[in-house]
Design a protein around this ligand. Sequence first.
Ligand code: CO
Length: 516
Amino acid sequence: MKNNNESFEIYKMNKNNYSKLVELSKRNALWRSISYLLEWDQETYMPADGSPLRAEQIELLASVAHKDKTSKQWAKLLSEFIDLKTGQYIHSTLDENQKANLREWRRDYLQATCLPNAFVKKFAKVSSESMTVWAEARKHNDFAKFAPFLSQIIDLSRQKAEFLGYKEHPYDALLDLYEPGMTTSQISLLFNTLGEKIVHLLHQIQKSPQVDDHFLHGNFAKEKQLEFGHILLKAVGYDEKKGRLDISTHPFSMSLYPDDSRITTRIHPTSLMDCASAVLHEAGHSLYEMGLPIEHFGTPLCESISLGIHESQSRFWETRIGQSKPFWMHFYPILQSIFPEKLQSISIDSFYKAINKVQPGCIRIEADEVTYSLHVILRFEMEKELIEGSLQVKDIPEAWNSKMQKYLGILPKNNTEGCLQDIHWSMGGFGYFPTYTLGNIFAAQIFDIFAKDNPSWETQVAKGELKFIKEWLNQHIHKYGKFYSAQDLIRKISNKDFSIDPFINYLTAKYKKIYP
Ligand code: CO
C-alpha cells in the first residue's frame, strides 16, 4: 500500500513539474513572438528614424529570453526528466509527445548555454545595426560601407561556431541552427551533384527555342496586383482573420502563433508575376505555421521542424502548384479579366510557358525553378569559405562575380545586383541559404507522395479547388510540429531516404516539355 501511495506521489510531482516546464517554455515562446512582432513592424511600418530604439528593444528581448532559457530553474526542472549530458529519459512513464518536447528542449538548452549572454546581446545588436547599414549600402551600390559590418558579423559567426562546437567544420555548427542534423560535407556532396545536373539541364534548355514572356512586363496597377494576391490567398485557404498581407522590400512571413501568422509581398508595377508568386510562396510558409497544433503552443510540438521543411512548404505552393498548368486553367481567366488589355490575346499555353521561362539572372528571388539552386550553391560555397577563413570580405565582390560567371554564365552590373542583394548576411544568418535548396528537394519528395495519394489532383486544381492540398499538408506535415526530425519525417511519409532524384526528375521532365 505504502509503495503504491509513494509512487502516486512521485507521479503527481512529476506531472506538476512537467506542467512547469510547459509554462516556462511558453514564456519563452511569448518573448519570441514579441520579438517577431518588432521585426515585422521594422520591415513594414516603422519610420526610418525608429531604428536605434528598435535595435535596443530587440537586444533587450534577446537577452531576457536567453536568461530564461539558460536559468538554473529551467535546467533543474529539465534534468528531472532527461539527462542533459546523455539525452536519456529519466522516467518510463513519459509519453511520446513529452519525449519529443524534452528532446527538443534539451537541444535548445545545450545550444543556449554554449553562448554567453554578453555574446548573444552583442550579436543581436550588431546584426540589427548591420541590417540598417546593408539596406543603405544596397540602395547606393556601396559595398565598402557594408564591408566593416560584414566583417564583424563574420567574426561573430565564427565565434558562435566555436561556442556551439562542431565535429568537422565550423560551418556545421551554423548549419545545424537552421537544419538540424545536416552537415557541411553532406551538403557539399549533394550540391556538387545537383549543380552539375542543373548546369547540364540549363545548357540543354539554352539550345532550344527560347520562350517569349514580354507580356508579363509592362504596366500593372499595384492595387490590381494586390487584389489578385488576395484572391489567391482565399483560394489556398489562408484565413485573413488569422493573418494579414502587407508590403515590404523583401517578402517574408512572420508567425506569432498559429492564429496570427502574417505575410508580406512586394509589388513591381512593371512585372506581373512577382507579387503573385511572392504571395503563394509566403502563404505556403504561413499555412505551415497556421497548421501547427495550437493546443501545444509554447512547446516544440507547435514549432516547425527546420527551415528546409519550412521552405518545402512555400515552394510546394509557389512552384509545384502555382507554376503548374492546372492551376492556371482556373486562375488565368481571372487574371485576364483583371488585366484584359495585356492578356486577352495571350493563350494559356503561351502564359504557362512564359511564367516558367528559364533565363539566368542576377537576382536570386527572381530566379526560375531551374537556375534558383545555382544561386544557393554559389552562396553556400562562399559562406563556407568566409567562415573557414579562405575568403576575405574585401574579395567578396570579385569571388561573387566569378561564381556567377561559372554557374550562370552572366555578370551582375553592380554589387546591388550582386553580393549586396540579400539581407541574410547582415542579419547574421550564415548557414541559412542551403535550406532554400533543401526546401526544393524536400518539396519534390513530398509532392511525389501527395500526387500518389491524390491521383486526380490536376482535375481538382483545374477547377480552382485547392483546399484539399492544404488539408493534405496539414495531415502529413504540419500537425506533427517538431515531433519528427526533417529526415525522419521524409522517411516516414515516403518510406524513402532523403534524395535529390525526385527534384531532378521533376525539373527534367517539366522543362523538356517547355523546351523541346
Ligand atoms: Co521562403
